[in-house]
Design a protein around this ligand. Structure first.
Ligand SMILES: Cc1cc2nc3c(=O)[nH]c(=O)nc-3n(C[C@H](O)[C@H](O)[C@H](O)COP(=O)(O)O)c2cc1C
Length: 208
């Protein structure tokens, strides 16, 4: 049982990382392995819609291989769930996180995502966390990924890691999220129910 965590902040040890670390520790308490990937401080290119990832032989790989997108994709193929983290930048996910997650979710083949559990956390000093939370959950709900919830929207507040630990309600929200993710993964692993069949694929582009 494994969960992939992605820190979409340029700050490798900042507030988003602290929230993800609390989750990582709580997953471990539940016997679930996890790994945190860092988007990092280098500029992250956005999706340029080249659709290279959809071409035969390249399925599931982004054409840009100079960051962690394909590495995280490989990790998700082997994992049971993923938790996306982003700081709030102007009431949205950071530009780097958005670029990274766009390319990750667009390039990955559906089977790498389908019916794996997803959750996100947003870290802010003051406001914009809920819009960021809504934004990040969209990656899951277009990918047939059940969204794991907690006792509040998954937000933590602060400018420093110390602030995050002082946000006791936020810390509790992170821990409950980890407990719920671990529980659901265990339920799925122990289930012998076959996943549902999908109707044939169709794309209607509203051209009539
Ligand atoms: C460019 C930029 C924009 C920001 N915009 C907001 C904002 O809209 N709302 C807010 O509460 N904090 C905002 N912040 C503060 C960060 O979201 C907050 O300190 C966050 O916890 C930092 O997480 P990190 O340490 O993981 O980077 C902004 C920070 C930066 C650098």
């Amino acid at each position: 049982m494994k969960v992939v965590l992605v820190n979409g902040s340029p700050n490798a040890n900042g507030c988003t990382f602290t929230g993800l670390s609390i989750i990582k520790e709580q997953l471990a308490e539940n016997g679930v392995d996890s790994v945190i990937f860092q988007v990092g401080k280098n500029p992250v290119i956005g999706c340029v819609s080249c659709r290279s990832c959809k071409q035969p032989g390249k399925t599931g790989k982004c054409a840009f291989d100079n960051d962690m997108v394909n590495t995280v994709g490989d990790a998700l193929r082997e994992a049971d769930g993923i938790i996306l983290g982003s700081p709030v930048h102007y009431a949205s996910a950071s530009g780097a996180a958005t670029s990274f997650f766009d390319r990750l979710f667009y390039s990955l083949e559906p089977a790498a995502k389908r019916l794996k559990f997803g959750a996100c956390i947003a870290s802010c000093r003051r406001a914009g966390s809920v819009t960021t939370f809504d934004q990040l959950n969209k990656y899951f709900t277009i990918s047939q990924m059940p969204v794991v919830s907690s006792c509040y929207w998954n937000t933590i507040h602060g400018f420093t890691p110390e602030d995050v630990y002082a946000d006791e309600e936020g810390v509790r929200t992170m821990k409950i999220l980890a407990n719920n993710m671990a529980y659901l993964i265990k339920c799925k692993c122990q289930s012998n129910i076959e996943p549902p069949q999908e109707p044939p694929a169709v794309m209607t582009n509203f051209v009539r």
